[in-house]
Structures are given as structure tokens and as C-alpha cells.
Write a protein that binds this ligand. Structure first.
Ligand SMILES: [Zn+2]
Length: 97
């Protein structure tokens, strides 16, 4: 027997829930990522000087620890809107199953 496809994991579901709404800028309503703008610019064939300072950038995540005797690790995803310079983050979520 061999597995031909892995389903979505519990950790991925937790991450998606914690990140709900994070793909829209809470200040200016930007809903395209920085990559979307780069692709758009490349497809248009025009050289857009602002192509690298628009859209939502996923900065990465930082780790949070909760609990004293039994420590649980949480991740918090960080985002930045390059269009208006606002930063925000997801709810903490357990990244491992
Ligand atoms: Zn914004």
C-alpha cells in the first residue's frame, strides 16, 4: 500500500482559521498580494516602477509560548501592506499536529 495523496492536516486547518481575513488590508482594503502585482506587471509587458511597493506581503511568523509546566508552541503570522504601510498579524495557532 502506498499513499498517493495526503489530505489537509489539522494544523493546516488551524492555520487557515487563525489567518481568516488576513488577506485584506484592515486600513486601505488592499486585497492583492505583492506577487499579484509583480505578475500583473510582467503580463502587461509595461515596466511599472511601483511594482515592488504595492500589495500585501507575508512577512513570516514569530513563535509564542504558552503554559508553565506544559508549554505549547504557537505561531503568529505577520503581514504588511506595501500600499499604505500598515502591519497586522493572525491569531496565534498551534502549527504542529
Ligand atoms: Zn493597506
Amino acid at each position: 500500500m502506498k499513499i498517493t495523496k495526503y489530505g489537509i492536516s489539522e494544523a493546516e486547518i488551524r492555520r487557515a482559521k487563525a489567518n481568516a481575513g488576513c488577506d485584506v488590508c484592515p486600513r486601505c482594503g488592499e486585497n492583492k498580494s505583492d506577487v499579484d502585482y509583480v505578475i500583473e506587471s510582467m503580463e502587461s509587458g509595461k515596466d511599472t516602477p511601483r511594482m515592488f511597493n504595492k500589495g500585501i506581503l507575508h512577512l513570516g511568523y514569530y513563535t509564542k509560548y504558552k503554559g508553565v509546566f506544559r508549554t505549547t508552541i504557537y505561531h503568529v503570522d505577520q503581514y504588511k501592506c506595501l500600499s499604505c504601510d500598515t502591519e497586522w498579524e493572525s491569531e496565534p495557532y498551534e502549527p504542529y499536529d
